[in-house]
Design a protein around this ligand. Structure first.
Ligand code: BT5
Length: 324
């Protein structure tokens, strides 16, 4: 039974290097010691290292480099984001799965996460490179009490949460590039995709997709991305624990989403501006029907990018690709 197995793994994590008695655990769940031993064997096959100590029990020595539910949840400190996690070794796109689940009433904070995506997508169906075990490819279903016109700002809420989590865990300070990119030394390390299910007067669900390059080396990027993409490992020189980072992102995402619901966009705007640093920069904004150039004023009270044009007029942009 997968619940008992999950509980056993949780106990091993929580014991923090101390032994868990197989006999006691077996008694508690009315199972045989052999049944417990079989679970331990399964964990070992999944890549966990476990020592069996005579008369004491089982000790968890190390976990595999996987972003499965158990590995993420041992670090979780949220109220409800990430309490339900659906994990895939490989899938076409977590975004598509999350959309279907949201339609089928998935709870607020349900997380879909994959080691690898075979058809990861960006905005306007552009491809998103999602190499196996190297990054964080995840989609979360959020059900905030917001009006549909407030939904695009969730991209900025997420950006702030992600940057904060990275800072907290690695000490690296990325910058935000409006609207949906997180950059380090001028290269893209994270992309955010915010999609919406809504009635005319209220948001039913936001499907927030996050694609984050974590442990790629130079060789892991395809040729067309080498000059424009980077990873936390490339920038910080160290392999990063992806499960811990996911837990940290969920924590700040929950915190800032609640802040946005309760207090509106202005506190988020302040946070965002402290990470974005675009004021006064010369910017070219490429949109579907036109391309315009001007100098950045900042973002408006509802998250639009404001540009001062050369003729002195001000344009507020909803979404675009930005060249600085
Ligand atoms: C984005 O789109 O930046 C949003 C990416 C969202 C991906 C997540 S992963 C989990 C979830 N499931 C999905 O299927 N998607 C979401 P956009 O701003 O349109 O940027 C796309 C462009 O970024 C591409 O055209 C490439 O130039 C570039 N790109 C592709 N893969 C990249 C990567 N791994 N790192 C950096 N840049 C990349």
């Amino acid at each position: 039974n997968s619940n008992v197995k999950h509980e056993l793994l949780k106990r091993l994590f929580e014991a923090n290097g101390a032994p868990i008695s197989g006999q006691e655990f077996a008694d508690e769940y009315g199972l045989s010691r052999t049944a417990i031993w079989k679970y331990i064997k399964e964990f070992e096959e999944e890549g966990y290292e476990i020592a069996s100590i005579r008369k004491k029990g089982y000790v968890l020595l190390s976990s595999p480099d996987r972003i499965n539910a158990a590995n993420i949840q041992q670090h979780l400190k949220t109220d409800h984001y990430g309490k339900i996690i659906h994990y895939y070794e490989s899938c076409p796109s977590t975004q598509l799965i999350a959309h279907d689940a949201a339609q089928a009433n998935a709870d607020d904070g349900t997380l879909f996460v994959a080691e690898e995506q075979t058809a990861g997508k960006g905005r306007m169906s552009r491809p998103w490179n999602s190499a196996a075990q190297k990054g964080i490819w995840m989609s979360i279903v959020i059900r905030p009490s917001l009006m549909p016109h407030q939904a695009p700002q969730m991209t900025l809420v997420a950006a702030v949460a992600i940057v904060r989590a990275i800072e907290e865990l690695t000490g690296i300070e990325p910058t935000i590039k409006w609207p949906n990119d997180i950059m380090i030394s001028g290269k893209k390390m994270t992309g955010i995709l915010t999609e919406l299910q809504a009635d005319p007067d209220r948001v039913k669900a936001i499907i927030l997709g996050i694609g984050m390059n974590v442990n790629q080396t130079e060789e892991d990027f395809p040729i067309e991305l080498k000059s424009i993409a980077t990873s936390l490992r490339l920038e910080g020189g160290q392999v990063v624990d992806r499960s811990r980072l996911i837990a940290e992102i969920l924590y700040y995402l929950e915190l800032y989403t609640t802040m946005y619901e309760k207090h509106g966009f202005s506190p988020i705007k302040l946070l965002w501006e402290s990470y974005a640093n675009i004021e006064g920069k010369r910017i070219r904004a490429v949109m579907l029907n036109e391309t315009i150039e001007g100098s950045a004023i900042g973002i408006s009270d509802d998250g639009l990018l404001e540009l001062k044009m050369d003729d002195g007029s001000v344009r507020a942009i909803f979404s675009a690709d930005i060249e600085i």
